[in-house]
Design a protein around this ligand. Structure first.
Ligand SMILES: Cc1cc2nc3c(=O)[nH]c(=O)nc-3n(C[C@H](O)[C@H](O)[C@H](O)COP(=O)(O)O)c2cc1C
Ligand code: SF4
Length: 496
């Protein structure tokens, strides 16, 4: 047993009869579909696609392994809606991605016998650059403006730079310590220098950012259409964390073009994207979204904003709202030179993927108050829109209590499902004692941060057990050969 297991609260696993009588293992409506159970695996990027964003055999093995645990819903990782290079992130921005995604959907359906509904999370994100080497940044990237010269002029010891040629000025700035640069550079320039250049939705001086409200609805709609063509049961619009759509919903969105500022204006693009998607797919195709119950950053959105946005989306007819928390760039740790900022490293990131080290409360059901508040507001307004709760859910009791007490309608578990994709099935069969329990110390998340193939420390060095996705008896390994890529088989857990 892993030593960190002692930090976990004890779990009282249910007998088979108790599972059979539970809400967790009862069917539930999801848009026009009905799920077999209320169990849900939320999106997790495993870094297994090709550099051109195509599905690989490893992607298929990864999701079929999750499907062997028969979750009610399985959401495929954040998948890019644009036809632009984005490293080994799965993409759906062109028809050439449809055959691979179709193979994936077929494999999941075959493995689960159609008992798992398969969604794909659709994401858009803005440009982000690595933290620059200061010499390169001052010499090549900083745009020297009259404002720099004016600010230099007021410092007696720097005034000589105010009228210097550009080359001398750049070298002079490069030689200054960061404390002095705070009085010369604009806040945004300091941020670019110390954390890497990052586009914001408020950068409306950039034509492609100004045009996002025009461009995004058709991009999301075409991506959703492809998902339906590929055989998925639905899509989850990624309106959460550090990405474009969440930034439109955010209180930090001060755009003045009708898509920022007031709550109504901030929700507008989310609704227009949803409407475009809904119009592009058939009525039986599920269309929901994931949004933030709380951004957990200074000046950011809180639960009141999330309630407003959820009500607006419910009114527009969204099929579900999945609730997450935090995961923002604004408070992320400063990256090293040459590395990109990662939105799960600051306080908001820690709330998004909470660990046992966070505080005495720990990660267990930590974010359910947010889904509860959103669900209560939806029900009071007469909407039956299902709400998905997540965050440290790792036991039957926690999951069942969340459902019975009205915190959510579906229980999402990411890391516990990664630690043991069969855990749902084990609980359902009354064999919870066999669950390999996640220890919530985020070894997997550290791999994600480095864009390395995600695995779990509880099983990735276990080469004795077979790979249940490989009938030839071989075991798929990570690029460096040191880790297995697919959780070991649960010997006695054959799907009936
Ligand atoms: C490796 C990894 C990758 C993730 N990728 C995504 C993602 O693509 N989209 C998303 O909405 N959330 C992503 N998440 C967040 C999870 O979906 C989930 O919200 C979070 O881990 C908290 O749930 P848990 O406590 O059950 O793990 C990721 C989490 C992990 C650990
Ligand atoms: S690696 Fe991730 S899934 Fe595995 S035990 Fe650690 S936190 Fe849980």
């Amino acid at each position: 047993m892993h030593p960190a297991t002692r930090h976990l609260p004890p779990a009282n696993w249910p007998a088979r009869s108790a599972s059979a009588a539970s809400l967790l293992f009862a069917p539930a409506p999801l848009g026009a579909a009905t799920t077999r159970t209320r169990t849900w695996i939320p999106a997790m990027v495993p870094w297994r696609a090709t550099e051109s964003g195509h599905v690989t055999p490893d992607v298929i093995a990864w999701y079929t392994r999750f499907a062997q645990g028969l979750p009610g819903v399985l959401v495929v990782e954040a998948t890019g809606i644009r036809d632009v290079p984005s490293g080994p992130l799965l993409r759906i921005g062109d028809d050439r991605h449809v055959p691979g995604l179709g193979e994936l959907a077929t494999a999941v359906r075959a493995t689960s016998g159609g008992r798992t509904k398969l969604l794909v999370q659709l994401i858009d994100f803005l440009a982000i650059k690595r933290r620059p080497d200061p010499a390169a940044w001052f010499r090549r990237f900083l745009v020297i403006t009259p404002a720099h010269r004016e600010r230099l002029a007021v410092h007696a010891d720097l005034a000589h730079l105010a009228n210097a040629g550009e080359g001398e000025l750049r070298e002079g700035l490069l030689a200054l310590p960061i404390e002095r640069l705070t009085t010369i550079l604009a806040a945004r320039e300091l941020d670019d220098l110390s954390r890497g250049y990052r586009e914001r939705v408020t950068d409306t001086h950039l034509p492609h950012v100004a045009a996002l409200p025009r461009d995004l609805p058709p991009l999301f709609a075409a991506a959703a259409r492809r998902a339906e063509d590929a055989g998925f049961d639905g899509v989850e619009l990624h309106y959460a964390h550090a990405y474009t759509m969440a930034s439109f919903l955010s209180r930090l969105n001060t755009r003045t073009d009708g898509y920022g500022g007031s709550l109504e204006h901030r929700s507008r693009l989310a609704i227009e994207v949803f409407q475009a998607v809904r119009a592009a797919v058939s009525p039986r195709f599920v269309v929901g979204c994931r949004l933030l119950g709380d951004e957990v950053i200074e000046g950011g959105s809180r639960i009141e904003d999330a309630v407003f946005h959820s009500l607006a989306l419910a009114r527009a007819g969204i099929d579900f709202v999945s609730v997450s928390k935090g995961g923002k760039f604004e408070d992320a740790k400063q990256p090293k030179v040459g590395e990109a900022i990662y939105p799960y490293t600051g306080p908001s990131g820690h709330e998004c993927m909470p660990t046992t080290k966070l505080d005495a409360r720990g990660p267990f059901g930590r974010n359910l108050h947010l889904s509860r508040a959103i669900r209560a507001a939806l029900r009071s307004a007469g909407f039956e829109t299902p709400v998905v709760g997540a965050g440290g859910i790792n036991s039957f009791e926690l999951a069942e209590d969340a459902l019975r007490s009205g915190a959510c309608d579906f229980v999402a578990s990411a890391r516990q499902s990664l630690a043991d994709p069969d855990w749902w099935r084990k609980m359902e069969l009354g064999r919870g004692a066999e669950v390999r329990r996640c220890v919530f110390t985020n070894y997997c998340e550290a791999l994600d941060q480095r864009h390395e193939q995600v695995t779990c420390q509880l099983w990735d060095r276990d080469f004795a057990a077979p790979d249940p996705t490989r009938p030839d008896g071989t075991i798929a390994r990570s690029s460096d050969g040191k880790r297995r890529l697919v959780p070991p088989a649960w010997e006695t857990g054959a799907i009936d």
